[in-house]
Design a binder for this molecule. Structure first.
Ligand SMILES: *Cc1c(COP(=O)(O)O)cnc(C)c1O
Length: 315
């Protein structure tokens, strides 16, 4: 189990490397929902999403020997870029396994950070198999996207930054893919704000953790068709399950349509580009799914990497 000390240790490693992202607010948003909402803007983070936090923390805690051999990961998205940049900053070789259908913008970005890209078929099984083979052949260390203590601790440093800026919070809303982000941030949130309610948010099609939370066992779903591509994971990880059951107060869902409208709000009113998955937690507040009134709320904007074509279609 990850402890607050692990998150504090991660923070010391990350401080010289990552951006302390801003906490944004919008009067229009607050008036609409009747609450005071602060957005933790990880869309302004390096690589455009929070993933650099976990990746850098993980790679910097590997042994010298492991670092010399290099790292590998399987991811189609922001985790790949996080691992690629973290490895580059630490002078470690990185190989990224991606499905053939990965968006070109993400392939290019990953290569741009100096990683080697190896393509495979689309299912999670194919990706994991390809990565395992590379581990066996070359002795690389796998950097998992969410089911890992150092990844979780790194992700949790975002809430540590929030706690440096605000004295009290009633609610924290966080998107859930594999559960790495919410795991670290829930531990930190409960430490700094003991009475806070931590709420996980998924889209309806990607509601595996919503089901998991209610059934109290890890539920695995078919690859979901949702606009929130960062939560197309089929289930949360084992470590994430244990932390979520202990520290998260509720898991709720929003529709893809609500995510799109929230992205539009961010663009039109706040002039910020938020990717679909990055808008999921805020959508739960934009539509005030829990009917909150006069609460002080923080929502996690987890990333801003959206392909220009998709952005165009959304607008
Ligand atoms: C990875 C990712 C998530 C989900 O994070 P998990 O740790 O897998 O739950 C949410 N939003 C964005 C932008 C992401 O890249």
């Amino acid at each position: 189990m990850v402890a607050i000390q692990d998150i504090e240790a991660a923070y010391v490693r990350l401080k010289p490397v990552v951006h302390k992202t801003p906490l944004l607010s919008s009067r229009t948003f607050d008036i609409r929902t009747g609450n005071e909402v602060l957005f933790k803007a990880e869309n302004f983070q390096r690589v455009g999403a929070f993933k650099i936090r976990g990746a850098y923390n993980k790679i910097s805690t590997l042994s010298k020997d492991e670092r010399t051999r290099g790292v590998v990961t399987h991811s189609s998205g922001n985790h790949a870029q996080g691992v690629a940049l973290a490895a580059q900053l630490l002078g470690v070789k990185a190989v990224v396994v991606m499905p053939k259908i990965a968006p070109q913008i993400k392939v290019d970005a990953t290569r741009g950070y100096g990683a080697e890209v190896v393509f495979c078929e689309d299912s999670s099984e194919d990706r994991e198999r390809a990565a395992r083979q590379l581990v066996q052949q070359h002795g690389y260390t796998l950097v998992p996207p969410f089911d890992d203590e150092q990844i979780i601790a790194g992700a949790g440093t975002a809430m540590l930054e929030v706690a440096q800026e605000v004295k009290s919070l009633d609610y924290f809303f966080c998107p859930i893919g594999g559960g790495g982000l919410i795991s670290g941030n829930a531990i930190a949130a409960k430490h700094f704000f003991p009475s806070i309610k931590v709420v996980g948010v998924e889209t309806e099609p990607a509601n595996d953790c919503y089901q998991t939370f209610r059934q109290k066992r890890i539920v695995r779903i078919d690859p979901p068709n949702t606009i929130a591509d960062g939560m197309r994971t089929q289930s949360i990880g084992q470590r994430n399950f244990e932390i979520i059951m202990k520290y998260v107060d509720d898991v709720i869902t929003v529709t893809d349509e609500q995510v799109i409208e929230t992205m539009k709000f961010f663009l039109e009113r706040m002039k910020i580009v938020v990717e679909p998955t990055g808008a999921v937690a805020s959508a739960a507040m934009y539509y005030n799914i829990l009917n909150l009134k006069q609460k002080k709320v923080c929502t996690m904007i987890s990333g801003g990497n959206v392909a220009p074509d998709l952005l165009k279609r959304i607008l």
